[in-house]
Ligand binder design. Structure first.
Ligand code: UGA
Length: 501
């Protein structure tokens, strides 16, 4: 592999920490800076501040060897050739990205630049941030010969961030001159020339020496737009399939078949066509809003982005409405909630549809028993434990005595539950699945009334089981049996009409 480069990464959140250990993994010397002393102490003592697959092993492998952690930004900047800025860009009050952390860091860097540095925007930032960073450096008296600013957006998904970094679909470098573009090309060289994939210590992943990563060099503005446009496009795909799912449900079609049929068209592709509860997390909601603001500021009519947001926020309401239509009244109903994280593979609950949905159901008087394999601690900060919000230690404990089971995050363990045991623990065998983890026919066979997303409701096959003389259904199911004739119609009606039946 090529000779390592001295790199400084500022920010030790999801993006900064993953980038720091991955740069170390491909042979560079990295110093990772954060002003949060507790976090740096934790990292220096071998702790792992976030839940991310492969992060503990890479930290064990490189910490204190190729990657160091410090709060001393000045020293880190002085010793590094390339400085990655990976601090937060939260959503501001108007929806636009709040760049105050970026500005604060740039001002601090400016005070320590004595030799040529490449500053790299790694955080997700709106177009023209590159310009602002440049202006900020100049205003602080740094000579233009002493720095360049490059945009190098990240395309990492939480949960698979390490492999996304090491085995990327593409690397985008937005540079306005040859010198700074070359610095980034040198950093990513082991991924682009395939040396990393050929090495026997490489992590397993989907690329080979013969099929290495592609690096695209563009202008800084284009790179900034590639990031926002990519996230907005993926969010649009999700909203589109959710809108089609709602339509499919109302005409008795199946969204899984529809997504497969659409996805087989290579121009469409099968990824990001999973209908569910809508997108959440710290990126899509914030980035769609920020991108929309950028368009507005430029006087461009990009109404499509507003529709993407509208469909997404309605999707949670659609789910709550489904719970109402299954349970009639909500006050006092006991609900088992499986999943709190915004998606599987992470403990992140930021903008998690699960949290919004549970908040709404608790407001309406439900009692929730929730389980998530890793996100309960974080969820408890937003939904504190109370008589109406209990955190339990397994899916089965959550199901105990429940009037209905809600599947809110697609953790693989929720897709393989022992359905017989689950049903026997519940007060009523009703499952409302926001992630389509089960086949309706399987749930029906196991005696569940099963409402999922974009598919017809499945009802237990009472007649055939009963006539075989060994009815396995609990007494309570007869209540459902009485109403069964009309249930499929009822579930399609608004609640007030359904209640009037
Ligand atoms: C997203 C992008 O996928 C990354 O490329 C990007 O780098 C990152 O944002 C970022 O800007 O930092 P992430 O937020 O970790 O990554 O999560 P995704 O896996 O993209 O999922 C986002 C949301 O969409 C989740 O709530 C997920 O459940 C939902 N989703 C995803 C669907 O509802 N359906 C799908 O088909 C796919």
């Amino acid at each position: 592999m090529s000779e390592g480069i001295e790199i400084c990464v500022i920010g030790s959140g999801y993006v900064g920490l993953v980038a720091a250990v991955c740069f170390a993994e491909i042979g560079h010397q990295v110093v990772c800076v954060d002003n949060n002393e507790a976090k740096i102490n934790l990292l220096n003592s071998g702790g792992v501040p976030i839940y991310e697959d492969h992060l503990p092993e890479l930290l064990r492998k490189h910490s204190q060897r190729r990657v160091r952690f410090t709060t001393d930004l000045g020293a880190a900047v002085a010793q590094s050739e390339v400085i990655f800025i990976a601090v937060g860009t939260p959503q501001g009050s108007s929806g636009s990205a709040d760049l105050s952390f970026v500005e604060a860091v740039v001002s601090e860097i400016a005070a320590h630049v004595k030799s040529y540095k490449v500053l790299v925007e790694k955080s997700t930032v709106p177009v023209y941030t590159n310009e602002w960073v440049t202006r900020c450096m100049l205003r602080h008296g740094v000579s233009p010969d002493l720095f360049d600013v490059v945009s190098n957006p990240e395309f990492l998904r939480e949960g698979t961030a390490i492999t996304d970094f090491l085995y990327p679909d593409r690397i985008v470098v937005g540079a306005n001159n040859e010198r700074s573009a070359r610095a980034l090309q040198r950093i990513y060289e082991p991924l682009v020339n395939g040396d990393y994939y050929a090495s026997h210590t490489a992590m397993a992943g989907g690329r080979t020496e013969q099929m290495p990563a592609k690096l695209l060099v563009t202008s800084a503005q284009s790179a900034e737009l590639i990031k926002h446009a990519s996230n907005a496009f993926l969010a649009m795909k999700i909203s589109f399939i959710n809108a089609v799912g709602n339509l499919a449900e109302s005409v008795g079609a199946d969204i899984e078949d529809i997504a497969e049929g659409m996805g087989l068209d290579s121009r469409i592709g099968s990824k990001f066509l999973h209908a569910g509860l809508g997108y959440g997390g710290s990126c899509f909601p914030k980035d769609v809003a920020a991108f929309s603001c950028v368009a507005q500021q430029q006087g461009i009519d990009f109404q499509l982005l507003e529709e993407v947001r509208k469909v997404n926020s309605l999707q949670k309401e659609v789910f709550v409405q489904k719970v109402r239509s299954a349970l009639w009244t909500l006050r006092g109903k006991k609900l088992a909630a499986l999943g709190l994280a915004f998606k599987a593979g992470t403990d992140d609950i930021r903008e998690s549809p699960a949290i919004d949905i549970l908040q709404k159901l608790i407001e309406e008087g439900c009692k929730v028993q929730a389980y998530d394999p890793v996100a309960m601690e974080k969820a408890a900060a937003l939904l504190p434990p109370s008589p109406n919000m209990r955190y339990v230690s397994s899916a089965f404990e959550a199901a105990d005595g429940a009037d209905a089971l809600l599947i809110l995050t697609e953790w693989p363990e929720f897709a393989g539950l022992d359905l017989e045991s689950l049903r026997s623990m519940m007060r009523f065998p009703i499952c409302i699945d926001g992630r389509n983890l089960y086949k309706p026919s399987v749930m029906r066979e196991h005696g569940f009334t099963y409402m999922s997303t974009g598919r017809p409701t499945a009802h237990p096959d009472l007649v055939s089981k009963a006539s075989s003389g060994k009815s396995p259904w609990p007494q309570t199911l007869h209540v459902l049996e009485i109403g069964r004739r009309d249930e499929s119609t009822l579930s399609n009606l608004p609640t007030d009409q359904a209640q009037a039946q």
